[in-house]
Structure formats: C-alpha cells, structure tokens
Write a protein that binds this ligand. Structure first.
Ligand SMILES: NC(=O)c1ccc[n+]([C@@H]2O[C@H](COP(=O)([O-])OP(=O)(O)OC[C@H]3O[C@@H](n4cnc5c(N)ncnc54)[C@H](OP(=O)(O)O)[C@@H]3O)[C@@H](O)[C@H]2O)c1
Length: 293
C-alpha cells in the first residue's frame, strides 16, 4: 500500500501522517503551500493545490499511490455559504478532477465527507439513510459523494464524520473542544447552543479508520464518529467537569437566535455498527480523550 494524503497541513491530514510514520507505511503528504507539520519529513511532502488539474496529474502520476485519502476541503461552513463559488471549486470541482485522475490510473479514492449531508431531523444516521443537505457546504459535499459514486469502475470509499477534534501544528482553524477548553480556562463569558446534537470525533480515531479502510480495501460509505451524541452545551459541560472548570459564565442559547450564515442540522450523530463490524472501529469517549489532550 502506498498512500497519498491531500490536506496534510489540516487536523486530520496531520493525524494520518502521524499514523503512517508510527506504522512505517509508505506515504506522500500533500497540501497547498509549504509543509506545516514538523513531524512530516520534507522528503515525504509535496505541495499540491487540488484546484489545479495539471498539478494533480503530475503529482499522482509521479508518486503512483495505491490509495488517495482526500481530506483537503473548504471546511468553514459559513465561509462556504458566503463564497459559494470558492466552495464549489474546492469541494466539488477538485473532487471531480482528483477522482477522474484516480479512475484513469486505477487508484482507490477516499473522500472525507460530513454529517451535514443530513438535515438533522432523524439522527443518529446510518450509511443507508438519504442525504438532505441544508447549506452550500453540505450540498458541495453531497455533490462530491455523488461524483465518486457515479464514476465507472472507480474504486472508492466515502468517510463521513462529525466535529473532529484534537491538537495539531499551525492549523488554519481551531476546533470546538480546544476552543471551549481555552475559553473556560480564561473564564470568558460563553453562549452555547443547547439544541444542536453532535458526536464529537477524536481525530486520531478518524485517522485510524481512514487508513484501516485502505488496508482492508473496503468500498462504499462509512460513518466514523465518536460514541456519544451530545448537545454542544452538554459537550462544554463535560469539558468543564473533567478539568474542574467553572460553568458560571456559560449560558444556554437557542440556534434560532444565532445569526449564522449557514443553516445547521439540529440532531446528527452516527450509527457505528458497520464501522465496528467491518473495521473493528472502537472510538474513544470524550472523557478518555480529554485525559490525552
Ligand atoms: N473538522 C470537522 O469538524 C469536520 C467535520 C465533518 C467533516 N469534515 C471533513 O473532514 C476533512 C478533514 O477536515 P479537517 O478538520 O482536517 O480540515 P482542516 O483542518 O480545515 O484541513 C483542511 C486542509 O485542506 C487544505 N486545503 C484547502 N484548500 C486546499 C487546496 N486548494 N489545495 C490543497 N489543500 C487545500 C487546507 O490548507 P490550509 O491549512 O493551508 O488552509 C487544510 O490544511 C474535510 O474534508 C472536512 O470537510 C471535517
């Protein structure tokens, strides 16, 4: 197995690089611009802008991987809503270019997707449930999924996940758990929604599942998330309880009062039966990972 990772400067990309190094797997890490992960050796890194078709072809032909794990994306949901053309370029057109190149070269293509493909009215969701996206970001991810499912003869997997958290180096954005921990430590006043339910996912667990799917040469959709579906408020409560931090400055908020550009699904969470049975996936609980953070 020879892995090519896109978005290796991102949180998941960095965790996949860590895992490849720990398991002595052959890999090429790619992201736009310079390598920002000091653990990733420079000889295992190449700049790759996934919106540049020529760049895709040169790098994929040159390295000739057996599997591409495609983590790179425009991941800020509100930015996608405000800049739909940029979102379409990175989350749909780039997937089309990458997946077609993989199809031609006989490479397995793994696409990272999201719980936001669902409308959140009937969570937790199984892989066979019908998507109904509510935002520009979510629609771009569904379109990406449709592309890989419809390309003739393409070997593919789709890994949907939910609120990914963990520590990385020089990330371009934070994540809910780290942000909440820091804000609680500072005693900042916080208003937290209590009507959106999610299953936060430890980035190392997700990286393990992505690589495991490649090792087993599995095909199709996999739901990979944490084992507990909680409201965002409950998540913050648990972080405070774990670290012994006060909750006095934290108040509850309804999503309807938030002026966010992109609509969010109220209740997601995943049924993990397939991942457990096929991959042997056993995710950490929030508390287990807070001890590791
Ligand atoms: N994080 C979550 O909560 C979450 C939830 C559900 C699904 N997902 C999906 O899981 C995947 C990984 O998420 P993540 O948290 O690791 O995301 P992330 O930390 O935002 O990383 C995404 C990476 O993609 C890179 N990228 C953006 N545009 C690019 C381009 N044109 N060419 C090459 N690289 C480009 C970014 O580069 P820069 O760092 O230079 O900007 C960044 O390093 C994404 O597909 C996301 O949609 C994430």
């Amino acid at each position: 197995m020879k892995l090519l990772i896109t978005g290796s400067n991102g949180l998941l990309g960095q965790k996949i690089v860590d895992l490849c190094l720990a398991k002595h797997l052959e890999f090429l890490a790619t992201s736009s611009g310079a390598n920002r992960n000091s653990k990733c050796p420079d000889q295992a890194y190449e700049a790759l802008d996934i919106t540049d078709e020529q760049n895709i072809q040169t790098v994929l032909k040159g390295y000739a991987p057996t599997h591409v794990i495609h983590t790179a994306a425009m991941t800020n949901v509100d930015q996608c809503e405000l800049h739909p053309e940029a979102c379409d370029l990175v989350n749909r057109q780039a997937v089309l270019m990458l997946a077609k190149c993989c199809q031609r070269l006989g490479i397995h293509f793994q696409l990272l997707s999201t719980d936001f493909v669902f409308d959140g009215l009937a969570g937790p969701y199984a892989e066979s449930d019908q998507p109904n996206p509510l935002s520009v970001y979510a629609r771009s991810k569904v379109e990406g999924e449709n592309i890989v499912q419809q390309l003739d003869g393409l070997s593919y997997s789709i890994v949907r996940t939910i609120i990914v958290y963990g520590k990385g180096e020089q990330l371009s954005r934070s994540n809910l758990i780290l942000w909440a921990k820091e804000a609680l430590e500072k005693g900042d006043p916080l208003q937290i929604v209590d009507d959106q339910f999610r299953a936060p996912t430890w980035a190392d667990d997700l990286a393990w599942a992505c690589v495991r799917i490649c090792e087993l040469n599995e095909q199709g959709i996999f739901h990979i998330a944490g084992p507990q579906t909680l409201s965002i408020y409950q998540i913050v409560e648990r972080i405070a309880a774990f670290y012994g931090l006060p909750m006095q400055q934290v108040s509850k908020l309804s999503s309807s009062t938030l002026q966010q550009p992109a609509k969010r699904p109220p209740h997601t969470g995943f049924i993990l039966d397939k991942a457990r049975a096929v991959l042997g996936y056993e995710p950490h609980t929030l508390e287990q990972t807070l001890a590791l953070l």
